[in-house]
Design a protein around this ligand. Structure first.
Ligand SMILES: [Zn+2]
Length: 332
């Protein structure tokens, strides 16, 4: 056990008034729980957090490897190379407009999302003080949990972005921001991004796939027909959760995409469900999708209602085995 872990274990033992062996046991158990995804040091931090102990002093004294950053840390310092930059984009908040930019930082041990807000997003990202491929040091950031339960580092009041002592000599998968970024791991998706994912259908929300619009003015229709034009059109939207092993995301299939993925025309579905009243048959048909692999391309958007990112599907791809093999070989 290295010195840092020993110190952490001692602190936990002291604060909780338990034997150090018991603490070490807890740390090792935690390490196993995460099956190699975190180091002993990371495990010690999690144990401390679970025991309600602040490890601020220890954290700020040294630099952490990215894989050891866990949510709940009040003062984490990391050095990472910028792999991706997303944003900044504006959003509405109660007292006006806000801005957020998300960076993906990588070191030898992993990646983490670094969120920059408002002035910092402007100063660093919009004014291009940092760019993809730059190494930056984030000092005394605090760590929250992002929508997927992953740690995300933010600056807060005491955090700072500094030049690193030396550039990290690691390869990054360089991607430009904003445009279609090709095949992306679900865990790497951030709002505002376009990308293609390949995942297995793990859940389908098919309770009420129908919504009405006016074919004339394209407005949403709440009653029987558009009050202006007197017309109505039935549309389908379906939410399907895809999982690619790195994470899962809710994908929303509208209209043509919903028809394509279910293989059922909207009219057919409308009839089949007796105008949306009897969903059983339709749900059964949708459930046939469970376990199927899909490739979808679309745009990631924050769903404010669920507080989670979701992918608005633009197109559905075929799983082409030879193309997939080529892609895997290229990425090795
Ligand atoms: Zn209308």
């Amino acid at each position: 056990m290295n010195e840092d872990v020993k110190k952490l274990a001692e602190k936990i033992a002291e604060e909780k008034n338990i034997e150090i062996d018991k603490v070490v046991e807890k740390i090792e158990k935690k390490e196993q729980e995460y099956s190699g995804l975190i180091s002993k040091e990371g495990a010690a931090h999690i144990v401390a957090k679970e025991e309600g102990i602040e490890l601020m002093d220890e954290e700020s004294s040294g630099e952490l490897e990215i894989k050891n950053v866990v949510s709940g840390m009040n003062s984490a310092t990391i050095t990472g190379k910028i792999q991706n930059i997303f944003g900044p984009r504006e959003f509405e908040k109660d007292d006006g407009k806000g801005k957020v930019a998300n960076l993906v930082l990588r070191d030898r041990t992993g990646t983490i999302r670094f969120s920059l807000w408002n002035e910092e997003a402007e100063r660093l990202v919009e004014e291009e003080r940092v760019g993809v491929g730059d190494t930056i040091r984030v000092e005394n950031g605090y760590v929250t949990e992002d929508n997927r339960g992953e740690p995300e580092i933010r600056l807060g009041r005491s955090g700072k972005v500094k030049e690193p002592e030396e550039e990290l000599d690691i390869e990054i998968e360089s991607k430009s921001s904003g445009n279609n970024q090709g095949r992306v791991k679900i865990s790497n998706l951030v709002p505002g991004q376009n990308g293609e994912i390949r995942g297995t259908v793990v859940n389908i929300f098919s309770k009420s796939p129908f919504y009405k619009t006016c074919p004339e003015c394209e407005e949403r229709v709440e009653g029987d027909e558009c009050e202006e034009c007197g017309e109505v059109k039935i549309n389908m939207a379906l939410s399907i959760v895809l999982d690619d092993g790195s994470g899962s995301i809710r994908c929303v299939f509208f209209r043509d995409q919903a028809e394509e993925v279910t293989g059922i025309d909207t009219d057919e579905a409308w009839d089949m469900t007796e105008n949306g009243e009897k969903m059983d048959g339709f749900i059964e048909k949708c459930d046939e999708l469970l376990g199927r692999e899909l490739i979808v391309e679309g745009r990631v958007k924050m769903n404010d209602f669920f507080g989670m990112p979701e992918l608005l599907v633009n197109s559905i791809g075929e799983v082409d085995t030879s193309k997939e093999i080529e892609m895997v070989l290229k990425s090795v």
